[in-house]
Design a binder for this molecule. Structure first.
Ligand code: IDP
Ligand code: MG
Length: 138
């Protein structure tokens, strides 16, 4: 699939990194197809990250993701999912490769600046979580 979902997380919207992160994504070859800004409710964040509900970091993650505004972005490129995962880097910025978004802008394993879908199926689900068909049409 040529679409994936990124989310600029509350640490990065709060630290003035939004413009630089979007510029980095565009410079990497992605086209922005749609974006919006919202502060997620606890229910939204719990649902978005439901796959992690048994993990020890789940409650803290939900609290972080609802602590400020997020910017979900639908990105288009060939092999979008894999390309975005390479562009954002490893979950922990200390382990993320040089030049990746998390290496450049993330604070910690939790406050790691950006989300990227990890499969085509999850990209479809996650895009649908934030955007209607009409918002993707052009
Ligand atoms: P990913 O975002 O690199 O795909 P996941 O394992 O899917 O990483 O975890 C989802 C999010 O949960 C991470 O981006 C990060 O914000 C948070 N997270 C993951 N592992 C930990 C942890 O060990 N401690 C605290 N937060 C974590
Ligand atoms: Mg993940």
């Amino acid at each position: 699939m040529n679409l994936t979902l990124a989310i600029i997380k509350p640490d990065a919207t709060g630290s003035g990194a939004v413009g630089r992160i979007v510029a980095h994504l565009e410079a990497t070859g992605f086209t922005v197809r749609s974006l919006r800004m919202l502060t997620m409710t606890t229910q939204q964040a719990r649902s978005f990250y439901a796959v992690h509900r048994e993990r020890p970091f789940y409650d803290s993650l939900v609290s972080f993701m609802t602590s400020g505004p997020c910017i979900p972005i639908v990105l288009e490129a060939p092999d979008a999912v894999m390309r975005l995962r390479q562009t954002i880097g490893a979950t922990d910025p200390a382990e993320a490769a040089e030049g990746t978004v998390r290496r450049l802008y993330a604070e910690s394993r939790e406050r790691n600046a950006i989300h990227g879908s990890d499969s085509d199926d999850n990209a479809r689900r996650e895009i649908g979580f934030f955007f209607t068909e009409a918002e993707l049409a052009r």
